[in-house]
Design a protein around this ligand. Structure first.
Ligand code: GDP
Length: 304
């Protein structure tokens, strides 16, 4: 991901090397190249516009620096703007003062929520937590079973609604809101300190799905609501992210499928238009293909 964007920006900045002072024309040409590179990487137009305006304003206001030449100063500005868009500092899960910490997952179908639930559980377990997975995706026939399989792989129990499906717990209802509430109560009783609630997704944003997610959110008052988005989604990222931001007021973003050939634009667009930090990156189908997202490292990788 970001390889092509990275190459383009590096080439642009190379042109500035050796220049003693940048003219307005130099800055304009550079900003134009940055704009093209971002658009080609699938970053949303509104985001590109705001980004380049900010870079240009700061570049025009540059003081002559002893330590950095103008080219380096622009790279520094672009780096800082990228880090800012991606959420600034590395954002870790906020743990509840009174456990369990409740983490809700939301996003479109196929975004990678159920897979992420297993990864997150594995990761948290590795840090000494005792997670419980809760299956509230009752929309897709196989979703509960899939979460169970992921739970088994992760060695983490799953609270599931359907009697008859092998589960350590059983509950009699098919109402996702009730299942979420019961799951959290079950975690409290059984002394799990983290609960991860998987919710249903549709192929496109729809009002019923959003209402269901909002109802679950209201019922369980999560410490984190993670919006899971496929990095390959490209320009659709913005509308989807805004709909979920309004619908469930998520607290952080998880980018999935970063192992694919996504051009990376979705990452920048989603974080920028919602103002929410990217918290995790998912990079494959395996339970361990998952990492904490560091905005500064990602920006440096782009500008490497
Ligand atoms: P959900 O509908 O949001 O729960 O999505 P799933 O977790 O079922 O994932 C949809 C598909 O994407 C599955 O085939 C997953 O194996 C796959 N998947 C999920 N995350 C990743 C990832 O980071 N990389 C790749 N390559 N595939 C992923």
């Amino acid at each position: 991901m970001f390889n092509s964007l990275s190459d383009r920006l590096t080439a642009t900045f190379k042109n500035l090397r050796g220049k003693g002072r940048l003219s307005e024309a130099d800055i304009d040409a550079t900003v134009r190249e940055i704009r093209r590179a971002l658009l080609d990487a699938d970053v949303a137009v509104s985001v590109v516009r705001a980004f380049t305006a900010s870079v240009k304003e700061r570049a025009l206001g540059l003081e002559v620096s002893q330590a950095l030449n103008p080219g380096q100063q622009i790279v520094k500005i672009v780096n800082e703007e990228l880090v800012g868009i991606l959420g600034g500092e590395t954002r870790r899960i906020r743990l509840a003062k009174n456990p369990p910490t409740v983490i809700m997952l939301a996003g479109l179908q196929g975004a990678g929520k159920t897979t992420l639930a297993g990864k997150l559980a594995t990761w948290l377990k590795g840090q000494g937590h005792s997670p419980l997975l809760v299956a509230c995706d009752l929309q897709r026939p196989n979703a509960v079973r899939q979460l169970q399989v992921n739970g088994e792989r992760a060695g983490v129990p799953v609270f599931a609604p359907h009697p008859g499906v092998s589960s350590e717990f059983e509950s009699a209802t098919g109402d996702p809101v009730a299942v979420a509430r019961q799951g959290v109560a079950e975690a409290r009783t059984r002394l799990h300190d983290v609960v991860i609630v998987d919710t249903a997704g549709r192929l496109g944003v729809d009002a019923e799905l959003m209402q269901q997610a909002a109802d679950i959110r209201a019922a369980i008052d999560p410490d984190e609501v993670l919006f899971v988005i496929d990095a390959m989604i490209g320009q659709d990222a913005v509308t989807t992210a805004l709909a979920f931001s309004e619908g469930v007021d998520f607290t952080g973003v998880v980018l999935t499928k970063l192992d694919g050939d996504a051009r990376g634009g979705a990452a920048l667009s989603v974080a920028s238009v919602t103002g929410k930090p990217v918290m995790f990156a998912s990079t494959g189908e395996g339970l361990k293909d998952f990492e904490l997202f560091h905005p500064d490292r990602m920006a440096s990788r782009i500008l490497d």
